[in-house]
Design a binder for this molecule. Structure first.
Ligand code: CA
Length: 536
């Protein structure tokens, strides 16, 4: 293993001089032909084809164990338009992306275009000279990407490494809402209750769900709060009291929430809710099938989840005739503030390796996916095959696509759309694929931008996803690998009642300090300050 790493390092060292000369140097190599054609036509439209002669680049991409496949319908269409095609360096049978990635690095044979699941690994490859900095190429040849970076600071922040270079073009997300609060409207109606708007009203409603037999079977078997992602449950339900087990930013200051006042309020309430049977007794262990099981058995009352939670409407009505699972606004916390912490952020995309002979043509191809035409292909598939334009000029999926055996997203992925590349994931296609309950959820949350915080780094599944300076990163990981499991274990013991929260608390805080929490907060503050700076 050590030997292969050494070989990889040597290969990267050989590549370094190319890198040191910066992105613009690449123009002198195979780029002369590409430069002859402008990115845009005189009228401002995108110039197609990108290259005069059919050109193939190698590519490394394996999204969700779907290795890149040049035969996908969308990519054949892209090739027809641009004259550019890609050949996968990963075999179609590959099912281990990280193994394939490490193998490619140790072989020293980098594909021309590289996408990978981990932002920090891609940026490390960039810092080591394996990916070129795209900053100058974007300025010169990618007006559509440049426009998005100028208009959307989050897109730019996500793309920018801590050394100021852009090593990959991210996949942007147009919709803001990620998860929503969902509640059983049929149960509320049966008990004569309204949708709760505050955490106190929520407590009253959940207590009624627990005690007043809304499923009508004469047994006290209702499970008011459930979640299919038990591992992140602590954070999601602590949000009701504006706290979590994680770092959070308030007014530009990073704090570790277990050390703050709201945490005591949140944990005490969750202990009480759990003790009173308002929270699933198996919440920590129930697993991803929990949502299916508890809703189908007419036992579950409320959860926090993605739009797929709306799919049970219609599906369960033959068994549970009145079943209605509807969206509600985030309940106001103990201070009367309505906030939704989960939010979408740009995700990782693709970059250009330092061995690519014609980076100019590749960046133009990257740019094409951000044009209206390229974006429609990547989000909706092929006009006349998967979608049509209606009388109002809006795109609509054909009924066969909407009611097919696959989900719409499943179908789109099978033709190479919505792949993990630099693109703008269009909210329009997502909404067009939702049922009326999903659309209601999306409408409600998208129309309340004030529920979401500005200037928050990617905050996925309760964790801040920050970019650290290389010298901070190792140190931070070491500290948190000792703190995170400790905090999770303590939290579980308080909720389950195997240890006493109030008796433990001061000792708990001391232990966090012993394990280096104050240094971890400082590192996060540095990373946050850089994050804000990089969006300017
Ligand atoms: Ca019951």
């Amino acid at each position: 293993m050590k030997k292969t790493l050494l070989v990889a390092l040597l290969c990267l060292l050989v590549l370094m001089p190319v890198m040191a000369m910066g992105g613009s140097e690449s123009k002198s190599s195979g780029a002369a032909v590409a430069e002859a054609t402008p990115t845009l036509n005189a009228d401002g439209t995108f110039h197609l084809p990108i290259v005069d002669k059919p050109t193939t680049f190698t590519i490394f991409l394996n999204f969700n164990n779907m290795p890149f496949d040049p035969n996908w319908r969308v990519w054949q269409e892209l090739t027809k338009l641009t004259n550019i095609s890609f050949s996968s360096v990963i075999s179609q049978s590959n099912s281990n992306e990280s193994e394939a990635f490490n193998l490619m690095l140790s072989s020293g044979n980098l594909a021309d275009v590289i996408g990978y699941v981990s932002t920090s690994d891609l940026e490390k490859l960039g810092r080591d000279g394996g990916l070129i900095a795209l900053n100058d190429l974007i300025d010169q040849y990618a007006p559509n990407i440049k426009k998005m970076m100028d208009e959307d600071p989050k897109f730019k922040q996500y793309a920018t490494s801590t050394d100021g270079n852009i090593y990959f073009i991210p996949k942007n997300q147009q919709l803001k809402a990620a998860e929503y609060w969902w509640i059983r409207k049929d149960w509320l109606d049966k008990l004569g209750l309204e949708i709760p708007t505050t955490v106190d009203e929520l407590y009253t409603v959940l207590t009624a769900f627990r005690n007043e037999d809304p499923n009508g079977n004469g047994i006290k078997d209702e499970i008011p709060v459930f979640d299919r992602a038990g591992w992140k449950m602590p954070d999601e339900y602590l949000y009701l009291w504006d706290t979590s087990l994680e770092f959070y930013v308030r007014d530009g200051v990073v704090e570790y929430e277990p050390m703050e006042e709201n945490f005591k309020v949140g944990v005490k309430n969750m202990i009480k809710w759990y003790k009173e049977g308002l929270i699933d007794p198996e919440i920590f262990t129930r697993g991803p099938k929990g949502r299916d099981t508890l809703l189908a058995a007419n036992l579950g009352g409320m959860t926090h989840d993605w739009v797929s939670a709306s799919d049970y409407n219609g599906k369960l009505n033959s068994e549970i005739p009145d079943f209605e699972f509807v969206v509600m606004a985030p309940p106001a916390d103990q201070n009367g503030v309505v906030k939704e912490r989960t939010e979408r952020f740009p995700g990782v995309g693709w970059g250009i390796s330092s061995t690519c002979k014609d980076p100019v043509s590749v960046i133009k191809f990257f740019d094409f996916l951000f044009t209206e035409e390229g974006s429609a292909l990547m989000n909706w598939g092929i006009e006349g095959e998967s979608y049509y334009i209606d009388e109002n000029g809006d795109k609509q999926f054909y009924d066969e696509i909407l009611s097919g055996d696959q989900t719409v997203t499943g179908y789109l992925r099978s033709i190479g759309a919505i792949y993990r590349v630099g693109m703008n994931q269009d909210g329009g296609y997502e909404i067009a694929s939702m049922n009326e309950y999903g659309k209601a959820a999306s409408d409600l949350y998208e129309s309340h931008p004030e529920w979401y915080l500005e200037d928050v780094p990617p905050y996925a599944d309760g964790k801040l996803d920050m970019k650290y300076f290389p010298e901070d990163e190792t140190r931070y990981q070491r500290i948190m690998s000792s703190i995170t499991p400790y905090v999770e274990e303590k939290f579980q013991s308080w909720i389950l009642g195997t240890s006493d929260f109030e008796a433990d608390y001061d000792k708990f805080i001391q232990e966090l300090k012993n394990r280096g929490i104050e240094e971890a907060i400082e590192i996060n503050q540095r990373a946050f300050d850089y994050y804000i700076e990089s969006g300017k």
